[in-house]
Design a protein around this ligand. Structure first.
Ligand SMILES: *Cc1c(COP(=O)(O)O)cnc(C)c1O
Length: 484
């Protein structure tokens, strides 16, 4: 039975003479629709949208949702993305009526609670980063990179300088060169050493007076802390450049080391990674940035200010690069980050990082006899294994292992990144996993490497879609609601 005739209802309500009766508060005159719009633009029949009963819709989407792997259903060691458990307490807080029922255009005086929360979050991020000036506006880590580079460009302009280059290591996330290019810089790639750190000699040859920013991810995408970072910062500074820290890996060093103390002038946080915001499937994130005092005036407007016991949005910032996001940014994600930080406290955040590093090292020690880990026997919060030797000896690729892991009930690690490791598998267990889960994952990995390559090439075998041509699936997606 079709009990949801929504499009029919909307169509009827839009017909002359019907509208006023159903929506008394509406300003449109009773016979208004045909006077407001030219007759040839009015629909003559309801649009041909599918009409379905509510239970059918609910079942359809609920069943679809069970086909996904998620942190709530499976271990999800997606390196670089920090897929930790999303505490349900944060969801409860973010859904409180006092938060979700706010309108972004309310006057400051009526949103003092929200501004208090955002101001405190600015303070917490400044404390964790060691960089005092904060903007919560950017909508994702990549957007934070772009915003900070625009801030840097504005700072150089204010000093009458125009610098053209951004340096980034070859192990950097693709968003680094992309952000540099969007902000109007040319990207110069710095090689990694055999140890997986910045090659200092190569850096020396690429430093000149055109360098604007050196973007470094530390701990880096190999899961190694580049201990040369303070030295790199000195070198770059001696040429008048700034240091940007890609903070995607902050889960390894919370409360242990502060980027502002080891040489960074700017950084972003990924609250959807480090502070447990739910993410994946392109869902909303945030990319707050923290910068040194001298760069603060150039941050996007508005920022939240505290004056006596009152909070206000400060738009009066003549050197600001302007807005980079509507309203205050992705507030829902920021509220979850605030709750996460408050519920852990300073000591708790440090424990988060200690446990994340411990878990990664435990897993590393369990799998390095199964699959080679080229860069050392210790790591930070993640490590990068390589299936290159397995490919040579048995024809098993990183993609095969990733796909087969789905049959064992594990989400795949990040594969083929960073680009500096052949057949890379980037594994990040996070602090929220138990030893039993880590053991089970290592066991699955071992069993997979013992399987035949034919079986693995066809994997996964338990999912609805086995192995699509990923490039074609991305370029020619089949998006339809009609079957057949
Ligand atoms: C995730 C990530 C980014 C980009 O962050 P988004 O929030 O996904 O835009 C940048 N750098 C590194 C190292 C990352 O892992």
């Amino acid at each position: 039975m079709r009990n949801l005739q929504a499009t029919q209802l909307i169509y009827e309500l839009s017909q002359p003479g019907r509208r006023g009766a159903r929506s008394p508060a509406c300003d449109v005159p009773v016979d208004g629709a045909d006077k407001l719009l030219p007759a040839d633009l009015l629909a003559s029949a309801p649009p041909p949208l599918p009409e379905l009963a509510e239970p059918d819709v609910i079942r359809h989407f609920t069943n679809l949702s069970t086909l996904n792997m998620s942190v709530d259903t499976h271990f999800y060691p997606l390196g670089s993305c920090t897929m930790k458990y999303n505490a349900k307490r944060n969801e409860r807080m973010a859904n409180l009526p006092g938060i979700v029922d706010l309108h972004p255009l309310q006057p400051d005086a009526t949103i003092q609670g929200m501004l208090d929360l955002l101001w405190h979050l600015q303070e917490f991020l400044a404390e964790i980063s060691g960089l005092p000036a904060v903007s919560l506006q950017p909508a994702a880590g990549a957007h934070g990179e772009l915003t900070a580079l625009m801030v840097a460009a504005a700072w150089f302009r204010s000093r009458g300088e125009k610098r053209t280059k951004v340096l980034a290591p070859d192990s950097a996330h693709g968003t680094n060169p992309a952000s540099a290019s969007m902000a109007g810089f040319e990207t110069v790639t710095v090689k990694s050493s055999a140890q997986g750190l910045v090659d200092m000699q190569d850096l020396q040859t690429k430093l000149d007076d055109q360098i604007g920013v050196f973007m470094i991810t530390d701990p880096n995408t190999l899961g190694l802390f580049d201990h040369q970072v303070a030295e790199i910062s000195e070198l770059v500074r001696s040429r008048g450049g700034l240091i940007y820290l890609d903070g995607a890996n902050m889960n390894a060093i919370l409360g242990i080391a502060r980027p502002g103390d080891f040489g960074a002038d700017m950084m972003h946080f990924n609250p959807h990674k480090t502070f447990s915001g739910p993410h994946g499937g392109g869902g909303p994130g945030a990319g707050p940035i923290c910068v040194a005092e001298k760069l603060g005036p150039f941050l996007p407007s508005p920022v939240v200010r505290k004056e006596n016991d009152h909070y206000r949005l400060d738009f009066d910032r003549p050197q600001s690069i302007g807005r980079v996001r509507s309203f205050f940014g992705n507030v829902g994600v920021l509220v979850r980050a605030y709750c996460y930080i408050r519920s852990h406290g300073a000591e708790g955040l440090k424990q988060v990082s200690e446990q994340a590093v411990l878990n990664a090292n435990y897993l590393l020690s369990r799998v390095r006899h199964i699959i080679s880990v080229p860069h050392g026997d210790r790591c930070m919060h993640e490590f990068v294994a390589s299936a290159a030797a397995l490919k040579k000896s048995k024809g098993i690729t990183a993609m095969d292992i990733a796909k087969r892991l789905l049959d064992f009930g594990f989400h795949a690690p990040t594969v083929y990144f960073p680009l500096t490791v052949p057949e890379a598998m980037m594994i990040e267990p996070t602090e929220t996993e138990s030893r039993q889960t880590l053991d089970a994952f290592a066991e699955a990995l071992f069993r997979i490497t013992e399987e035949s390559s034919e079986l693995l090439h066809e994997a996964p075998h338990s999912t609805v879609i086995s192995r699509p041509d990923e490039v074609r699936a991305a370029k020619q997606p089949v998006l339809r609601w009609k079957s057949g």
